[in-house]
Each structure stands twice: as structure tokens, then as C-alpha cells.
Write a new protein. Structure first.
Length: 420
């Protein structure tokens, strides 16, 4: 290529980018996409990178946003854009969430609230926040960059993961929610799209943009919001789409508990409901309540019309019962805490280990006290399981003989009588 052709190509690139990039009078100008040395406004960095890639089929040169070098666009929503960037000062990759220019001060405060909420959490199953600040007049949050896929993509893959794999993954996500609840935080928008599985299989909860201390609403919530939603055409919006009112995200109806839909305070039990909707969808391949609109979904919830299990499903009855309790319309009828739900979920995921632990405790009580009869011990064990069917295969003749040998083997004079 001659020097004249190179100059002509560069001029053509500049003209093309000028046509597709939108700038305000206060925006910082740059040297152009093929040259280093300029700094970009956050929105222009995104626009130019996309335009350059679309027109010339190759990526633009990296651009600087404060101390961050913008490398790529990870995603964009109603409030802002998430960039893949590099922190030059701390020598690490980051995910940079930047608000759109049009977002007002109230929503800038929302982004700060998200960062403050997440900064309180240091847990392996929660995405870590590094910094919150302002660049070029726009609020931003720098957070841990996780390579992987969203849980949405993970459960939609082919072949679909089995129920055990889903439970294992959601146990990790639940642990992240428990950590948030212990800090007095409620996520309010937990869903498969707001969680990620990295390359090593580690699952993490992200996007605490709707988090509230103790779950109490601010001036963006309340029954007025619910009334406005019911009256508006938003009740017919796609259920997977986050609802907004003058730009304020309210949650995702497909995973939202009824109390949140109605504008009431959300608490930890609200996250529990959303968690159970997502887990139900993961193990059954469909969400629990029918309804193609927000209003239809709310009617199904109020009627308690949970879909029947699909034919041929291998999901255990115990897991379905756990999910149905977490999906109760009345928050008081759900699990008392996320930790209580996870404890039962662990038992379902590994029943053999749990049964052996329960039997071990039974043997210990018999050996130490000597006053419990076999019948009373079994009654105690039944109460601990909470479901007699869980003992099937755990108390057959072979297991009886193992327990008998353990008791008699203590050498205590009253051991044989205790067993008999």
C-alpha cells in the first residue's frame, strides 16, 4: 500500500466515524480511532469502538477513560454500559460500569448505592467491587472482571445440566445471597442473568443495583409505582425485561415475588422467592408460574397455580417440595431464611451423607445414655429427616446389623440390652 493510499484510507475512516458518532458540545475530542494519545468520554468510547469495528471489520485502538484503558464492550442496558478495561495503576483487568450521560443525579446515586452495597461484601460467591467514582462527569464502578458465562447461558446450554448439577451451582449462588443478607442487604433482582459462572466453575452473584438496606423502599418504590405499572402498558412487557419508571429499574417480573410487584417492602424472603423461581427453571426447563404478562403472572401467583412437574422429570419430590415452599405467595410461609433453605437443599443434594451423619448421632446417643430404645431412636431420626420417605434404603436389614454391631461393639455392659 502506498503512502498516498494509506492517507486516503485514514481520512475515509475519520469521515465515517464522524458520521456515526454522536457528541455533545462538552465532549472531549480525540485524535481519531487509528491514533494514540486522546482520551474519550465513556459514551464516545463505546460508540467509536462499535462503529470502527462495524465499518472496518477490525477493532479500534484501545482508548483511555481516566486511569482505565477501555478494551471492549461487555454489555449495555437502560442505565449504562459495562466495559472491559485495564487499570494501569493497579495492573489488573476490571469490568467498568459507566452510567449514560442522560441519567440524572438520582440514578447516579443508584449506581453509587450498588457499589457501596457490594463493597460491603467480600465473599467468593459475590463479584467484588474495587472502586466507585466519577470520570468525565459520569459515575462509574470498577469491579472484578469474571471470565465465563451467565447462569442464563449455563442452564440453556445443550445438553441441559441435570438437577444435581443445577443444585450444586445454586448452592454457591445461595451462599452469596446469604452473605448479602448477613450484611442487611437484599438483592431484589436475583435471576440467571445476574449471576455468572467462571471458567473454573465458580458461580457468583452480581449486579446489586437494586439492593436495599433491610429491603426498605426509597422514593422510587411504593404502592404508587405498583398502581402505575398496573395501569400502564408495562404489564404486557416481556417478563424477562427489567422494568423502569423514569429510568429507575424496579426488577424483572419473571423472577419477582408478588409483594415486590405490588410495591410492598422486599426482604430476604423476597430474594428467596426469586432464587426458587430461577432454580425451578434450571431443573425443570420452565418457570413455575404461567403468564405472558406481568398481570397474568401476578394472577397465577395469587391463585397458587404452579405448573405440574413435566412428564418424565427425574427431579426428586423433596426438591419440588423445597421449591414450592420458597415460592409461597405469603412471605411468612416461605423458608425462615436463605440459610435454612440451603441447609435443606444440601441434604437433598447429598442424602447418603446426611443419613450417615444422622445415624452416627443416633448411635452416639445410644452408647452414651443407654436409655433410648431402638423405637425412640428411630422416632427421633424420623423427626430430623422431616419425611419418612427419605429413610427408604437407609434402614434395611443390612443397615440394622451395622448399627447393632456399632452399639454392641462399645463393650458397655448394657449395650446388648439397649439394642434389644
Amino acid at each position: 500500500m502506498t503512502e498516498e493510499q494509506s492517507t486516503e484510507d485514514e481520512a475515509r475512516e475519520h469521515r465515517a466515524l464522524d458520521d456515526v458518532s454522536t457528541r455533545s458540545a462538552g465532549d472531549v475530542q480525540t485524535d481519531g480511532p487509528g491514533r494514540a494519545g486522546g482520551t474519550l468520554d465513556a459514551g464516545d468510547a463505546v460508540e467509536q469502538a462499535r462503529a470502527y469495528d462495524t465499518i472496518f471489520r477490525r477493532a479500534a485502538e484501545p482508548r483511555q477513560l481516566g486511569r482505565y484503558v477501555v478494551l471492549d464492550v461487555l454489555g449495555q442496558g437502560g442505565m449504562g454500559v459495562v466495559l472491559r478495561a485495564y487499570d494501569r495503576e493497579l495492573d489488573r483487568p476490571v469490568a467498568l460500569k459507566v452510567l449514560h450521560r442522560e441519567i440524572d443525579q438520582r440514578h447516579t446515586q443508584r449506581l453509587r448505592r450498588e457499589a457501596q452495597a457490594m463493597a460491603k461484601l467480600s465473599h467468593p460467591n459475590v463479584v467484588q467491587v474495587y472502586e466507585v467514582g466519577e470520570i468525565e462527569g459520569r459515575a462509574f464502578v470498577a469491579m472484578e472482571l469474571c471470565k465465563g458465562t451467565t447462569v442464563r447461558q449455563w442452564i440453556d446450554r445443550e445438553p441441559r445440566p441435570g438437577w444435581r448439577g443445577c443444585v450444586e451451582l445454586f448452592l454457591h449462588l445461595g451462599a452469596g445471597l446469604v452473605a448479602a443478607h448477613e450484611q442487611g442487604l437484599v438483592h431484589r433482582d436475583f435471576k440467571p442473568g445476574n449471576a455468572i459462572v467462571d471458567d473454573k466453575g465458580r458461580a457468583r452473584v452480581l449486579d446489586f443495583g437494586l439492593a436495599r438496606l433491610g429491603g426498605h423502599e426509597d422514593d422510587e418504590g411504593g404502592s404508587g409505582v405498583a398502581e402505575e405499572l398496573v395501569r400502564s402498558d408495562r404489564v404486557a412487557a416481556p417478563l424477562e425485561t427489567s422494568l423502569t419508571k423514569t429510568g429507575a429499574v424496579l426488577g424483572t417480573p419473571a423472577y419477582m415475588p408478588p409483594e415486590q410487584m405490588c410495591g410492598l417492602d422486599a426482604d430476604a424472603r423476597s430474594d428467596e422467592f426469586s432464587f426458587c423461581v430461577a432454580l425451578y427453571e434450571a431443573v425443570y426447563g420452565e418457570r413455575p408460574y404461567e403468564g405472558s404478562s406481568m398481570m397474568a403472572l401476578l394472577v397465577s401467583m395469587q391463585a397458587g397455580a404452579v405448573r405440574p412437574a413435566p412428564k418424565g422429570s427425574d427431579v426428586p419430590v423433596a426438591l419440588r417440595k423445597l421449591l414450592l415452599r420458597g415460592l409461597a405467595v405469603n412471605p411468612a410461609e416461605r423458608w425462615p431464611s436463605m440459610e435454612a433453605l440451603l441447609e435443606e437443599l444440601r441434604r437433598i443434594a447429598n442424602p447418603r451423607r446426611w443419613r450417615w451423619m444422622a445415624l452416627g448421632v443416633t448411635v452416639g446417643l445410644l452408647a452414651v445414655g443407654g436409655g433410648l430404645s431402638t423405637t425412640r431412636a428411630l422416632e427421633w431420626l424420623n423427626r430430623c429427616t422431616g419425611a419418612r420417605e427419605q429413610l427408604e434404603g437407609a434402614w434395611d436389614e443390612a443397615r440394622r446389623q451395622e448399627v447393632k454391631a456399632a452399639i454392641v461393639g462399645t463393650g458397655l455392659s448394657y449395650a446388648p440390652g439397649t439394642w434389644e
